[in-house]
Design a binder for this molecule. Structure first.
Ligand SMILES: Nc1nc2c(ncn2[C@@H]2O[C@H](COP(=O)(O)OP(=O)(O)OP(=O)(O)O)[C@@H](O)[C@H]2O)c(=O)[nH]1
Ligand SMILES: [Mg+2]
Length: 341
């Protein structure tokens, strides 16, 4: 199932700068002692959990994370500058795997959690450090330690922010394809979608993850059709978008069937914030739109969005409403009850 995001990343910490061999050269001081400074430390490679999108999509564009090397030491006892470190910013729930993809190096589960993945090399000693009672003028300095290079994998179990629910053919996959990077199969027969698809939806410069699941039918909670086996995937969503096919004879009944199945599956899922949209309005005239909207609003007792996943009409409004619900879910801990638009 396409619920895992897996990305390969190459990392390299910086090597330490080499130590310097140098002697004091000043007028009237005949034998200036050694004054070569140490090399700077190489930069580290860190991973840190940040509050961001719950996909690893950014790592498709940047797969190399190389820290800078330390600068060499200099005369007059000056230490070289340390190399800059780099940090991989990952979402909560990212696992770090070794190159073999089997060994789990770390499980990044908490916001702000930080882990050192590759330590920068120490800088080498300058000749100043080698001065001793027996050797007042050492011509010796160390080179810096090399950096560490490795390949790792990031693996994230995706959690959808929004889930699509509706009868077969309601247009769920069309909606996902129209609004996200996902390319699910779309066709004019029921049960086109056989497994869930996920897509990253962009709206107003923000992004969220939406899941398209196979259509539900009456009796799904008792195992009819594809049953409720995929509803587990929407259990953790912040909001559900229920699509009702506008070309259906009885939109109120269509809404009720899904509502009943959600409730039979789990009370919690039925009580989740839900946004209702009447889809395929491009196929309806004004009178039909008004009539069906009224019937649907009477059945569900809340605002109904009018949309067309094909023409794009009304889509922005629904996406904004979903995003607002998702944001609300993230910032408000207590449940403010169902059915609040
Ligand atoms: N006219 C019109 N047709 C639409 C619209 N949205 C979807 N359709 C059509 O409705 C049919 C079903 O669309 P899908 O997106 O496959 O429906 P689904 O809900 O994913 O169906 P299942 O995967 O079987 O549950 C396709 O022929 C779509 O082209 C719309 O806004 N307007
Ligand atoms: Mg589908």
């Amino acid at each position: 199932m396409k619920f895992l995001d897996l990305t390969k990343v190459h990392i390299r910490s910086g090597g330490g700068g080499s130590g310097c061999v140098s002697f004091r050269r000043e007028k009237f001081i005949e034998y200036g002692g050694p004054d070569g400074g140490d090399g700077g430390r190489g930069g580290d490679v860190w991973v840190e959990v940040v509050d961001s999108l719950n996909t690893l999509i950014d790592f498709r564009f940047q797969q190399h994370f190389f820290a800078n090397s330390g600068q060499p030491g200099m005369g007059k006892g000056r230490t070289g500058k340390d190399g800059a470190s780099v940090t991989l910013r990952v979402p909560v729930g990212t696992e770090i795997l070794d190159e073999d993809q089997e060994t789990v190096i770390a499980d990044m589960t908490e916001l702000g959690q930080r882990l050192l993945l590759a330590k920068g090399g120490n800088g080498g000693w300058g000749n100043l450090q080698f001065k001793s009672a027996t050797n007042q003028a050492p011509r010796r300095a160390n080179s810096g330690q090399p950096g560490v290079e490795r390949t790792i994998w990031l693996r994230l179990k995706l959690i959808a922010d929004a889930g699509l629910a509706g009868l077969p053919n309601a247009g769920k996959s069309t909606f996902l394809a129209a609004t996200s990077n996902a390319r699910p199969k779309i066709a004019d027969y029921p049960f086109t979608t056989l497994h869930p698809n996920l897509g990253v939806v962009g709206i107003d410069g923000r992004e969220f993850v939406m899941a398209d699941i196979p259509g539900l039918i009456e009796g799904a909670s008792e195992g009819r059709g594809l049953g409720d086996q995929f509803l587990g995937h929407v259990e953790r969503c912040a909001v559900l978008l229920q699509l009702v096919d506008g070309t259906s004879e009885d939109v109120a009944e269509d809404w009720r069937i899904i509502d009943t199945e959600l409730d039979a599956y789990s009370h919690d899922v039925a009580l989740k914030p839900r946004i209702i949209a009447l889809n395929k309005i491009d196929a309806l005239d004004d009178e039909e739109r008004a009539e069906k909207r009224a019937a649907l609003e009477a059945a569900c007792g809340r605002k109904v969005y009018l949309i067309s996943a094909v023409s794009g009409e009304g889509m922005q409004n629904v996406l904004r409403a979903l995003l607002a619900r998702i944001d609300k879910g993230k910032h408000v801990e207590e449940d403010d009850g169902p059915w609040q638009p």
